[in-house]
Design a protein around this ligand. Sequence first.
Ligand SMILES: Cc1cc2nc3c(=O)[nH]c(=O)nc-3n(C[C@H](O)[C@H](O)[C@H](O)COP(=O)(O)O)c2cc1C
Length: 249
Amino acid sequence: MTSLLHLDSSANRSDESVTRQLTRLFAETWQCLYGQAGYRYRDLAVEPAPPIDTAYCALGRRSERYGVVPLAKVDALIDNQAEETTWALTRPLIDELVSSQTVLIGAPMYNYTLPAALKAWIDRVSFPGALVDPSSRTRVLRNTKVVIVTSRGGAYGPGTPREGWDYETPYLREYFTKHGVRDLHVITRRADLGQPGPAPRGPARAGGTVPRRSPRRGRGGSPRRGQGARRAGVGAAARAEVEAAGASG
Ligand SMILES: Cc1cc2nc3c(=O)[nH]c(=O)nc-3n(C[C@H](O)[C@H](O)[C@H](O)COP(=O)(O)O)c2cc1C
């Protein structure tokens, strides 16, 4: 079964959030193509991955000493209650990531980089050895498709005054590439912070009509029904990019 893990990290949970609008559009398009059974949603702003702690570092170091430890065997290395607690917070996030064929990440730019909530999730899923196959030593994300949707208020392209100040997309590209991801899409929108854009007309299309339904409810809540890609400059170009990134599943 094909599967999609949808993560949002914008602190703005209103329907003005550009990244939330675009990830919702992607998720709705994807569900139109593949159904809801393989869809999972995690709102990192509502249910943040706790920042890593001393116990995480101790368990990670111990695990590293044994090389690449299969996840199921990390339990045997746990030394105390704090490590048990931190592993219980970490393992489900890793399992969720590695079992997903497509990972969709809403990642607004905050202070020239990614939101702390998303970084905390990255720190958790990057537990030593977790993203390497213990038997083949290959990267477990090598066949995972990753779609990153970013939004920012400023411009950072060549020739702009802040060229080189984007510490978000280069980082995310490097991170996922280093972990073996070959099918990586980055969709970048510049938010119109002043004026909401016009409502898009008609449903998104990706080989079919996107039904007016909201994605299945996940543990972190779910995108709210009927909010669609309505405001803040989410126009035809963004729709085309989202559909292109999701078209092959
Ligand atoms: C705390 C905070 C920090 C921000 N920092 C930046 C920044 O460094 N550079 C930038 O271009 N825009 C910045 N912005 C603007 C956001 O990137 C922009 O509004 C984006 O659309 C937010 O994503 P969202 O619409 O999905 O919530 C910041 C916004 C917030 C709330």
